[in-house]
Design a protein around this ligand. Structure first.
Ligand code: C2E
Ligand code: MG
Ligand code: MG
Ligand code: MG
Length: 285
């Protein structure tokens, strides 16, 4: 959500309204400071397995604790970070932080929790990507089978040969891949069948159309059945209502993620959340 500045008519860091060079530079400078000064923080949103009703894993979502503006969401600063190239060091910081939490989660009594991290287009095409990720996971000494990277169709399909090489290299280290925001691009799952993708995330725009549009139902059904025929699991994003949940359950969707179950939350809240539900968190609320 864009934060509205109550005293003025503009929105903070709006990528459509504020395109002046000076503005960009200011935001970039702020972001550099943020990266150095520990203003960035990861929030964690649980992902629930519909068959076992357990928390399978969490998606790591970046937040910026801006000293004057409060909590700023990624939709407001990632486009700028992407344009300036700052997304590359920021993205590596995110992976390091996720690995650290992954280690901690086992010590806290939650082994087997999957940590999913988003990789942007620019980051994926960084020349040193595979070698840097290799170094990070080597230093962190984590169980790489619990690390999942989320990429969008456009990041994967821009240069399919490159994508295939990188995904295979990282997959050989144990890392798995999810296709994020599926359905919003124009590629088809069959384009992706040669890539080591184990999960598809249905974009929340389809989930939120459930009950309002028969097309959304048909699209979701088709995605689930095609993914399953390719041995790919499906996560539905943006599940907010019981009705959406029930539809997805009937369609044998594997996992759900959404406000219905839990919002993204700071690490300490996540630990409380997991504890309060015991190891096998269930859907009772
Ligand atoms: P995404 O990867 O598709 O993440 C899911 C987004 O949906 C998150 O938004 C999450 O808070 C939101 N969401 C989850 N459940 C619900 C729901 O029930 N209703 C609604 N309305 N929204 C829900 P968020 O955290 O604002 O992140 C937005 C996007 O920013 C992410 O979309 C991802 O593309 C990007 N992003 C976030 N963190 C990172 C990061 O560390 N690196 C990169 N490169 N991108 C990131
Ligand atoms: Mg994602
Ligand atoms: Mg998504
Ligand atoms: Mg998205």
């Amino acid at each position: 959500e864009a934060k509205r500045d109550p005293g003025t008519s503009y929105r903070f860091y709006d990528r459509h309204l504020h395109v002046s060079a000076g503005y960009q530079l200011r935001l970039e400078a702020d972001l550099r400071t943020a990266l150095r000064g520990r203003e960035l923080e990861l929030y964690y949103q649980p992902r629930i397995d519909l068959a076992t009703e357990e928390v399978r894993g969490v998606e790591c979502l970046l937040r910026w604790n801006h000293p004057e503006r409060g909590l700023v969401g990624p939709d407001e600063f990632i486009p700028v970070a992407e344009r300036s190239g700052l997304i590359v060091p920021i993205g590596y910081w995110v992976i390091e932080q996720a690995c650290q939490r992954l280690q901690e989660s086992a010590d806290l009594g939650f082994p087997g929790l999957v940590f999913a991290v988003n990789l942007s287009f620019r980051q994926f095409h960084d020349r040193k990507m595979t070698e840097t990720i290799f170094r990070i996971i080597f230093n962190a000494n984590v169980d790489t089978s619990l690390l999942e990277l989320e990429l969008t169709e456009s990041a994967m399909m821009h240069d399919p040969e490159y994508a295939q090489r990188c995904l295979r290299e990282l997959n050989q280290l144990g890392i798995s891949f999810a296709l994020d925001d599926f359905g919003t691009g124009f590629s088809s799952l069959s384009n992706l069948q040669h890539l080591p993708i184990s999960l598809v995330k249905i974009d929340k725009s389809f989930v939120q159309e459930l009950g309002h549009s028969a097309d959304a139902e048909h699209i979701i059904r088709a995605i689930i059945s095609l993914a399953h025929s390719l041995q790919i699991s499906v996560v539905a994003e943006g599940v907010e209502t019981e009705g959406q949940l029930e539809f997805l359950r009937q369609q044998h969707c594997d996992e759900i993620q959404g406000y219905y179950y839990a919002r993204p939350m700071p690490w300490h809240d996540l630990v409380q959340f997991l504890r309060s539900r015991g190891q096998s968190a269930c859907l009772q609320r």
